[in-house]
Ligand binder design. Structure first.
Ligand SMILES: Nc1ncnc2c1ncn2[C@@H]1O[C@H](COP(=O)(O)OP(=O)(O)OP(=O)(O)O)[C@@H](O)[C@H]1O
Ligand SMILES: [Mg+2]
Length: 250
């Protein structure tokens, strides 16, 4: 089954075409990594999936249902979204941040007594200790905040998870740990993930498929193996060549 289907989707802002006639199918359980230059429309594409942005033309199906006929508030409760720059609510504890969506939608299993244990379990899943539950976001490190952002996105047990550069602000070792954790979460929960990154190595490591965007169009949407072995356009070729050529200071 398809989780997400874009058919001829175009999005403009003013006279600028951000996404141009995008057609794309994401199967259920797929881990799609998305890469492309800054400003090429990656965040816009994610926001089209959860209805935060509406296309000018074309159609989008999520879990088989046309977004034009879907209640957007309901939709967003079933799609996890970890946003670029984390975006935790500063006035809420970590526990309240994680429990936010289940609480506002009165999800079973998340009443006051159960909520702490649920939130603690999610912290463990992203490699954090439960003693963070009563703290506030300002007292966490950047990497810890990013993990809490992922825990929050997972809280409502979404079938689809949108992740916008979730591992941006962390060191290499933490990044590797986070990568391994998200791979494990993907395996265990069998969710569909759409993941934006600027790092081609990360895109190829995590993705069951990688989507390369450029100038509002799809350059290639393929398995990492095929992206590496048979890049379909000069843009993709350049992208992977760059990742192979490390320059060192002499
Ligand atoms: N609400 C908006 N109004 C006008 N222009 C917008 C709006 N949102 C995004 N844009 C423009 O659309 C283009 C794509 O933005 P988007 O955020 O999707 O890029 P991106 O690929 O996620 O970039 P980055 O890698 O820097 O996060 C940019 O030129 C941006 O300025
Ligand atoms: Mg972005």
């Amino acid at each position: 089954m398809n989780s997400v289907v874009f058919s001829h989707v175009t999005k403009t802002y003013g006279d600028k075409t951000i996404l141009n006639d995008i057609s794309l199918e994401i199967n259920q359980g797929e881990f799609v990594t998305m890469i492309g230059r800054s400003g090429c429309g990656k965040t816009t594409l994610l926001k089209l999936v959860n209805g935060l942005v509406t296309p000018d033309s074309g159609s989008i199906l999520v879990n088989g249902k046309d977004l034009k006929e879907t209640d957007k508030v309901q939709l967003r409760r079933t799609i996890g979204y970890s946003i670029q720059n984390v975006g935790l609510f500063p006035h809420m504890t970590i526990e309240a941040n994680i429990a936010y969506v289940p609480s506002i939608s009165s999800m079973p299993g998340w009443d006051k007594t159960e909520r702490k244990e649920k939130a603690a379990a999610l912290l463990t899943a992203v490699g954090l200790e439960r003693d963070l539950l009563d703290r506030y976001p300002h007292s966490l490190s950047g990497g810890q905040k990013q993990r809490v952002g992922i825990a929050r996105a997972l809280a409502a047990s979404p079938s689809i998870l949108l992740m916008d550069e979730p591992f941006g602000a962390v060191d290499e070792i933490t990044r590797e740990q986070l990568q391994d954790q998200i791979l494990k979460i993907h395996e265990e929960r069998k969710i569909t993930i759409l993941f934006v990154t600027h790092d081609i190595a990360e895109a190829l490591k995590l993705g069951t498929k990688t989507l390369v965007l450029n100038d509002g169009r799809i350059e290639q949407y393929d398995t990492p193996d095929r992206i590496l072995d048979s890049p379909q356009t000069p843009f993709v070729r350049e992208l992977i060549e760059k990742s192979r050529n490390f320059s060192v200071r002499v």
